[in-house]
Design a protein around this ligand. Sequence first.
Ligand SMILES: Nc1nc2c(ncn2[C@@H]2O[C@H](COP(=O)(O)OP(=O)(O)O)[C@@H](O)[C@H]2O)c(=O)[nH]1
Ligand SMILES: [Mg+2]
Length: 201
Amino acid sequence: MEITNAKFVISNTDVKKCPAGTFPEYAFIGRSNVGKSSLINMLTARKGLAMTSATPGKTMLINHFLINNSWYLVDLPGYGYARRGQKGQEQIRTIIEDYILEREQMTNLFVLIDSRLEPQKIDIEFMEWLGENGIPFSIIFTKADKLKGGRLKMNINAYLKELRKQWEELPPYFITSSEECLGRTEVLNYIESINKELYSK
Ligand SMILES: Nc1nc2c(ncn2[C@@H]2O[C@H](COP(=O)(O)OP(=O)(O)O)[C@@H](O)[C@H]2O)c(=O)[nH]1
Ligand SMILES: [Mg+2]
């Protein structure tokens, strides 16, 4: 799929203020700094579309980007940033949970996982919560350029092994690097296939 048009629409903290209408949307979530905004820029091939930062915990907003005038990419606030403090983290949790549970247009949630790290409790528990609530999600391993060949494979396999303890069937997963534009076609094709299915109904 070609992205011919990508534009920022609105930022807010309230799911009720997200754009009206029935366009399907694909949201990105994960720990602060995992690479959510970079991935949105990579997928849309527009460098400054989503704000990226080397400082974690910057975005506390739900950001909607309209793609090809027919569907949305959504950049969500990152979770698990300890320096936000207890209260800040609870605020973020409420924003995220309300969006995920209430936003009917959300067609698929991409959970981003840093491919360099061992399985983190916070991500594993978050996916468990998604499962309990019947939320459709896929996994995107990020920053693949930071690991050399063998290590990347080993890490991903170890992660999938950990997931199998919890899940009978694994969700779809993608390996990406925003630096090297890896995984772009795969993720966009996946979105396109879901869009096609939706519009054929
Ligand atoms: N090497 C490398 N760095 C990345 C990649 N994706 C993001 N980063 C860096 O990780 C930091 C956090 O990225 P950002 O997209 O702002 O993360 P977010 O908080 O999840 O939105 C920034 O310094 C990015 O340049 C990637 O694929 N490869
Ligand atoms: Mg961000």
